[in-house]
Design a protein around this ligand. Structure first.
Ligand code: MG
Length: 250
């Protein structure tokens, strides 16, 4: 069942989203050659707690950190570490969520470290644009799979591929609620979108094949062919006035 949120709940989620967005921006500003992903994790945890919220991922199914940090061919769910040092030319995907007054915010972005390849820059641009195309489909009367179809069109139109095994999700008083929000699909299909629905839309786009596999740590997901992967995410409410991005500082 897709839970629809009241205007008051969406206001609270907006605050959770604002806190999550601020943490993500602060991490992005700290990304540079030589920083460890553990240092980034500490910045995020401090940012979230100092705003009166709680990291959403820490302890979630046993996940040990505030951030997921996924470098280069890592797709999602990489674990921050004091031995993982960012290098010139890397791309690092950062996923961060916060719980504020019982409601969740969830967002992600992929950042370049120093100067990166042309292909990496294009992958970041296309993945971000695919997210924006998906967000535009969060309108009353639209259909759920309009979102994934829009993401897929942008990503595949640029010659990249869409990860199938991991998808976006409903979000509210739980981090993962119904429905699954795939980043692929056929427009005009799926549940009808209604006011008060809130989705975490999160395209994971690979430069090569869409196939992925998990590392033995039980968390980190990598591309099977070793190609680069990028990840952007926003928490978005369907409102009478159109899509409302909750993971925004403004
Ligand atoms: Mg998410």
């Amino acid at each position: 069942m897709i839970v629809r949120k009241s205007a008051a709940e969406i206001e609270t989620m907006r605050e959770a989203g604002r806190i999550s967005a601020r943490a993500l921006r602060m991490v992005g500003e700290a990304v540079r050659v030589g920083v460890t992903t553990k240092e980034l994790d500490e910045i995020a945890e401090e940012a979230i707690r100092s705003q009166g919220a709680v990291p959403a991922f820490k302890g979630y199914h046993g996940f040990p950190a505030t951030l997921c940090t996924s470098i280069n061919d890592q797709v999602v769910h990489g674990i921050p570490s004091s031995t993982c040092v960012l290098s010139e030319g890397d791309i690092v995907s950062v996923d961060v969520g916060a719980i504020f007054e019982g409601y969740y915010g969830d967002n992600a972005a992929t950042f370049p470290v120093g100067t990166v390849s042309e292909q990496a820059l294009r992958l970041l641009d296309v993945t971000k644009r695919s997210l924006e195309a998906g967000i535009k489909k969060c309108v009353v009367g639209g259909r759920l799979y309009d979102i994934g179809a829009a993401v897929q069109e942008v990503a595949e139109g640029a010659g990249f591929s869409v990860v199938r095994e991991y998808v976006g999700h409903g979000i509210g008083s739980a981090m993962h609620e119904d429905p699954n929000v795939p980043n692929y699909g056929v427009a005009g299909k799926g549940p009808v979108l209604a006011e008060g629905m809130v989705f975490a839309i999160e395209p994971m786009i690979n430069a090569g094949s869409h196939a992925v596999e998990s590392l033995p740590d039980g968390w980190t997901v990598v591309t099977r062919d070793g190609s680069l992967s990028a990840h952007f995410e926003h928490t978005v409410a369907v409102t009478a006035d159109g899509p409302l991005v909750l993971t925004s500082e403004t």
